[in-house]
Structures are given as C-alpha cells and as structure tokens.
Design a protein around this ligand. Structure first.
Ligand SMILES: C[S@@+](CC[C@H](N)C(=O)[O-])C[C@H]1O[C@@H](n2cnc3c(N)ncnc32)[C@H](O)[C@@H]1O
Length: 310
C-alpha cells in the first residue's frame, strides 16, 4: 500500500513567500483548487500566545486529488511568489518552534525549501545560517536564498550560506544556536523509487551506513545548540534504523558522555489541527508521516530534542 502510494507523484502545497507582493500571489492562486490556511509553530510552551507568533501562509489542495500549481515566478518587487513542497516538509520546521529573534542553524540545507520556511518566522533580530557541503547543491541553495529572501539592510544578511560540514559545528561553534534543524541525507525511498525505478537499492547495510553518519551529525547538532535550545532531527525515510534507531544511539552516547544532557520532548504535532491532513504514526521518539493513496505526503520522520543545562 505504502509502496503503491510512493509510486504516485508527491502532492504539493504552496507556501506564500512573505517577502513577495502578497496581493499578486493571492490573485494568481485564486484560480487554483486550493484552500488557504495560516499555520504557526507547534508551541512547546503550554499557554503560549499563538496570535503573536508569525505564521506561514499556505495553500493546500482542496481535495485528495493532486493540484497543479502554476509555476513559481517573481512578483514585481523581484522576489519569488511561493515555494512548492510536500506538505510533510512543513512539519520539522513547525516543530522547531522558532521565535522571531532566534539564531537558527539549518545544518544540511540544500536545495533550501526548509531554509525558506525558517526565514518566514524571523524578524530583523533573528538570523539563519544555512550550511551545505556539496558545491553544486550549495550553488542552488544560494540562488534559492537570493530569489526568496531579501537582505535586512545593505550590510546585514538575514541568511548566511556556509560550506562548513555539519560534523564540525559542535567542535567549532559550541553553544551557539537557539534552534538547529538537522534534515539529514537518508535512504529517501520516494526519491530513489522515482530515480531508480526499483526498490533493490535499499539494503540494511546502506541504511546502517547512513545511520552512522546521521548519528555523528546529530551529536554535532546537540553540541552547537545552546542549553535549553531545541534540535529537530528529520529524515524522509521509513527505515527505523535511520529514525528512532539514531535517536536511541545518540541518547545512550549522551548518557555515557555526561557532558551533554539531552531529552526527547513532545513536538505537540498531534495536538495541532494540521495533524488530520496526514496519515502518521507516533513512534518511540518521534512522528512518522506515512504516504497513503488519499494523503500522499511523506515519508517524513521527525523527533524533537532539547539540550538541558547540566
Ligand atoms: C535531505 S537533504 C536536505 C534538504 C533540505 N533540508 C531542504 O529542505 O531543502 C540533505 C542535504 O545534506 C547535505 N549534506 C550531506 N552531508 C552533509 C554534511 N556533512 N554537512 C552538511 N550538509 C551535508 C546533502 O548534500 C544534501 O543536500
């Protein structure tokens, strides 16, 4: 069933770019069979003031059928109108619970969809570092950032694109970021199915190799986040080895190390009205969005971790 769903093209939603000319976007999307919804961060603080939080302005397909959105274009101020993505990609960013003045690290950032989403929550005192090691992918990321996100002023950027490997942040910049998004390279079953036509690429050995790298990246993320700050670990894989398996491994390493105190915390996803749009399972540590024929979003796994003060 999941395999059948994966063979269909991903459904898309459109996230309106707050830096574009809103009225032009609204007019363009008025003829699309999609409904508008504002979505905010999943709040970790019970009783937090949702009204004062910036929101994402999204268009979701009206029915279970896939909707064809018109191609993205620049509005009259030079910035692109919206970003198209699988709606499950919203969830790790919403779970990060970004405040407008946060310093955020997107540790594996290209092609840049989640960096664009993060930028929508930040105001002038906030800042995003988007890191990507692969040269060509980083070039694409730079283009996306330029197309979607303005500078704060002539001399100040909202987004800084860097080439530093995620593996080094913990060592070079300990206790530096309020929020870290770690959207790791993974087995990515949907992507591989559409490029390789076979499921034969999947092997436990390959998944275990991925998990090894993912665990190292997660340790680095937990060291570079400030005590009290949040890390979201996410994959677009259904492999338990790369999902809860990585979290188990890292939690036991932290217990042994003792210099790093970390806790898995509830993302609050299942209490949010957005949850009914998805087929999902609560796993030992996180949430796994599972593609189905009628809700063909994902796969997407995410887990929220908080670094505690020792
Ligand atoms: C799943 S993709 C990220 C997708 C991105 N977050 C988005 O939403 O557009 C993973 C990315 O991590 C990059 N990557 C792999 N190893 C890395 C490392 N050690 N440090 C930083 N980025 C890395 C890959 O080149 C790839 O572009």
């Amino acid at each position: 069933m999941i395999f059948e769903s994966l063979k269909f093209p991903t459904q898309h939603c459109a996230v309106v770019n707050k830096f574009s000319v809103h009225e032009e976007v609204q007019e363009k999307l008025s003829c699309v069979a999609a409904q508008h919804q504002s979505v905010g961060p999943f709040m970790s603080t019970i009783g937090g003031d949702e009204q004062s939080q910036p929101q994402l302005s999204c268009y979701f397909p009206n029915s279970e059928e896939s909707v064809r959105f018109p191609k993205q274009e620049k509005t009259s101020n030079g910035f692109f109108d919206y970003y198209l993505l699988d709606a499950s990609s919203l969830l790790p960013v919403l779970a990060l619970d970004i405040c407008p003045d946060n310093t955020v690290l997107d540790m594996c950032a290209a092609p840049g969809g989640k960096s664009v989403l993060i930028s929508q929550f930040l105001l002038i005192r906030g800042c995003l570092v988007a890191s990507e090691v692969a040269n060509q992918r980083r070039a694409n990321l730079i283009k996306v950032v330029k197309d979607y996100i303005p500078k704060i002023s002539k001399t100040k950027d909202l987004v800084h694109v860097r080439s530093l490997t995620g593996l080094k942040y913990g060592e070079y910049e300990p206790n530096a970021y309020d929020r870290v998004l770690l959207d790791v390279p993974c087995s990515s079953e949907r992507h591989n199915l559409h490029t390789n036509f076979e499921f034969s690429f999947w092997s436990e050995k390959h998944s275990t190799e991925n998990a090894n790298m993912q665990g190292k990246l997660l340790m680095s993320a937990l060291q570079t986040v400030v005590p009290g700050g949040f890390v979201i670990y996410s994959t677009c894989s259904m492999s338990p080895i790369e999902n809860d398996g990585v979290i188990d491994e890292v939690l036991s390493k932290c217990t042994v190390k003792k210099q790093l105190k970390v806790e898995v915390v509830a993302s609050q996803f299942e209490n949010n009205s957005l949850a009914k749009m998805f087929d999902y399972r609560m796993t030992k540590h996180g949430v796994l969005v599972v593609p189905s024929k009628t809700k063909n979003w994902g796969p997407m796994y995410f887990c929220k971790l908080q670094r505690l003060t020792i």
